[in-house]
Design a protein around this ligand. Structure first.
Ligand code: PEP
Length: 251
C-alpha cells in the first residue's frame, strides 16, 4: 500500500506573531501539491488562528502542539481540542517527549487526548520514543511497543488507520545526533508491527509513521526512502522558511 508522506514542522515555543506571519508569507504557494505530500506547520497555539487565516487558501496545513482531553470547563490555561478544531486546524501533536518530561504527561493522558482529538475530527500525531538509557540497554522495541499500546487503547481500527505516529528517539531530538536511517526504519517497523498485532495488517499498512530527531534537508530523503518511514516530524530545521521548504525537496 502506498501511504502519502507527511512532513510536519514543530516550532516548539518559538517565534513572535510577526515572525510566524512572515514565515507563512515566505512559504505560501511554495509547498508541493497535497496529492503528493501533506505539509504541516506545528505552531504555538497562540499563532494558530492568524496562521489559519494567512494560509487559508494554501496546501500547507497546521498542527497544534498539544491539547487537553476535555472540550470545555474549569481547566485554566489549557487548550480545548474542540476550540482547535473550530479554527480548522487539521492535526494536534500529542505525547511529545518534552511534554512527557517537563509536564509529566502519562500514557493514559495521551490516550485520553487521542480520543478527544479524534472525536473532534482532528488527526492526532502521537509521539513515542525512548531515552538514551533505554536505547543503550537494547530495550527500545519493548519501550515503544508499550507506549503505542497504551496510547491506542480502545481506539477503533478505522481511527487508528487515519492517525499519525511519530517515532522520536529522545536522544536524537535537538541534539544534532540523528538515528541513522536503518535504525529509524527498524523502530518505525516496530511501531507498525505493534499496530498490526493490535489491529491487523490492513490497519498497520494504512497508519502513517514519521521519524523525528535532527531531521534536516540534507538527510530527509534518506529517511523517506525507507519502507516504514512515511514522514518526518522536524524541530530545529523547520524554523526557517527556506529550510522548511527544502525538507520537501524529496517529493
Ligand atoms: C522535535 O521537536 O520533535 C524534533 C524532532 O526536534 P529536532 O528536529 O530539532 O531534533
Amino acid at each position: 500500500m502506498s501511504r502519502k508522506p507527511i512532513i510536519a514542522g514543530n516550532w516548539k515555543m518559538n517565534k513572535t506573531l510577526a515572525e510566524a506571519q512572515a514565515f507563512a508569507e515566505a512559504v505560501k504557494g511554495k509547498a508541493p501539491s497535497a496529492d503528493l505530500v501533506d505539509t504541516v506547520i506545528g505552531s504555538p497555539a497562540l499563532f494558530l488562528a492568524p496562521l489559519a487565516y494567512n494560509l487559508k487558501d494554501d496546501v500547507i496545513q497546521l498542527a497544534a502542539q498539544n491539547s487537553y482531553f476535555e472540550n470545555a470547563g474549569a481547566f485554566t490555561g489549557e487548550n480545548s481540542p474542540a476550540a482547535i478544531a473550530d479554527l480548522g486546524i487539521e492535526y494536534i501533536i500529542i505525547g511529545h517527549s518534552e511534554r512527557r518530561e517537563y509536564f509529566h504527561e502519562t500514557d493514559e493522558d495521551i490516550n485520553k487526548k487521542a480520543k478527544a482529538i479524534i472525536a473532534n475530527g482532528v488527526t492526532p500525531i502521537i509521539c513515542c520514543g525512548e531515552t538514551l538509557e533505554t536505547y543503550e540497554a537494547g530495550k527500545t522495541a519493548e519501550w515503544v511497543e508499550g507506549q503505542i499500546t497504551a496510547a491506542l487503547k480502545d481506539l477503533t481500527p478505522e481511527q487508528v488507520s487515519n492517525l499519525v505516529i511519530a517515532y522520536e528517539p529522545i536522544w536524537a531530538i535537538g541534539t544534532g545526533k540523528s538515528a541513522d536511517a536503518n535504525t529509524a526504519d527498524e523502530t518505525c517497523g516496530v511501531v507498525r508491527a505493534t499496530v498490526e498485532k493490535l489491529y491487523g495488517k490492513n490497519v498497520s499498512e494504512a497508519v502513517r509513521i514519521q521519524y523525528g530527531g535532527s531531521v534536516k534537508p540534507e538527510n530527509v530523503a534518506e529517511y523517506m526512502s525507507k519502507e516504514n518511514v512515511d514522514g518526518a516530524l522536524v524541530g530545529g530545521a523547520s524554523l526557517e522558511a527556506e529550510s522548511f521548504l527544502a525538507l520537501l525537496d524529496f517529493v
